[in-house]
Design a binder for this molecule. Structure first.
Ligand SMILES: [Zn+2]
Length: 377
């Protein structure tokens, strides 16, 4: 067994001195500080989990081949990400299906980060809250259409974003719920009443809170109000300061229980690429000032954010404690997906996925399944 230790190991939501014993890819022992490779007072935290990302480093989930996916995954430990759901977005049934099939082929492979499965962003979304989604591919909720999209790979679909107010959404949600797919309202126009009803059909979260949803009005708090007020539901947020202002994020963090906020990147293939013009699923986009826009407009089409930068942003700008920021990037997404006994927590029996950070939150090392997959030195 190999050991690492620090005076600041993140266990049970706080920093404590401890040693971690690693064997067979897992955390096999947690003991007193002082054994093995010593990181002194650097933070040892769980590896970060991104449940909503469409690509990076030239790879686009909807149009990927195995080599571009592998290249993207190779870069993830540089950002502290050790697990992810890959997100096919609203497109043709065939394209979404092929994307899921490819993602499925990477599950359970020993790569630089764990591919946990797929998150489908659409196609059963509201045409009134499209964001960057392409209207021509939007479909009405329908179990048979879903089965076509996920055909032969239903087990790979872990999370779906849909608009719960649409006709027949509840039938689809009831079906997905029985298949243990986590259901998140996004690109959605549900009112407070509709959102409350949707919870009875398995609604458990909100996709990129504030973006692509019915906003908060003082007489109808809308989908944003549901996300802020439903203490038993999880709320994703894109914390780059462009998609949502830091003030709005501060409100979210003040409203939600600390174990129910989830940081996501919603990153596109342009993450890690130079500024300029690109094509995304047949549409022209531009990378400028570190953001991706639909070409010729100021409409955001996705982010170039990393999970670690999202953590840094909320600690710096949103009065969120480092401890709560870590929860939002590791433990909360793991609990949301029901994999808390495998990922997201530093506890005996979990995969040895760890990040070492200095006190400025610079990444020093990333461990995935017990192997060092990134080292700053
Ligand atoms: Zn997205």
């Amino acid at each position: 067994m190999k050991y690492i230790c620090s005076k600041n190991v993140f266990i049970d939501g706080r920093f404590v001195p401890a040693s971690i014993g690693i064997e067979n890819n897992k955390i096999a022992e947690i003991s007193d500080y002082g054994q093995g490779a010593c990181y002194f007072d650097h933070y040892i935290i769980p590896g970060l989990i991104d449940i909503h990302t469409h690509g990076g480093y030239g790879c686009d989930a909807n149009n990927a081949d195995i080599d571009s996916l592998r290249n993207w995954i190779r870069h993830l430990p540089l950002e502290g990400t050790t697990s992810l759901l890959i997100s096919p977005y609203t497109s043709t049934i065939e394209k979404m299906h092929d994307s899921i099939a490819l993602i499925d082929s990477l599950r359970n492979q020993h790569l630089e980060a764990s591919v946990l499965g797929s998150h489908l962003e659409g196609p059963f979304i509201s045409d009134k809250h499209l964001g960057a989604m392409n209207e021509k591919y939007v479909l009405q909720p329908d179990i048979n259409t879903y089965k076509k999209i996920a055909q032969d790979h239903e087990d790979c679909v872990k999370l779906i974003t849909l608009a719960c107010e649409l006709e027949h959404a509840y039938e689809l949600m009831d079906y997905l719920h029985t298949r243990s797919v986590v259901i998140s309202a996004g690109h959605c126009g549900c009112t407070y009443t509709e959102g409350t009803e949707a919870k009875k059909h398995g609604l458990n979260g909100f996709t990129h809170t504030y973006n692509g949803m019915l906003g908060l009005h003082h007489r109808e708090v809308g989908t944003v109000g549901c996300s802020l007020l439903f203490d038993d539901c999880y709320s994703e947020c894109i914390c780059d300061g462009y998609h949502v202002s830091f003030e709005a994020l501060k409100i979210l963090f003040r409203c939600k229980p600390k174990d129910k906020v989830i940081l996501i990147t919603d990153s596109l293939k342009t993450k890690g690429l130079p500024e300029g013009s690109y094509e995304l699923d047949g549409e022209a986009i531009e990378m400028r000032h570190g953001c991706a826009y639909m070409a010729g407009t100021d409409s955001l089409s996705g982010s170039t954010l990393s999970m670690l930068q999202a953590m840094k942003n909320i600690v710096t700008h949103c009065e969120v404690s480092l401890e709560d920021a870590i929860l939002a990037a590791s433990q909360n997404p793991a609990t949301y997906l029901g994999i808390q006994n495998k990922k997201g927590f530093i506890q005996i029996g979990n995969d040895a996925d760890l990040c070492i950070l200095d006190h400025s939150l610079n990444l020093k090392e990333t461990f995935h399944l017990g192997d060092i997959v990134y080292s700053a030195s």
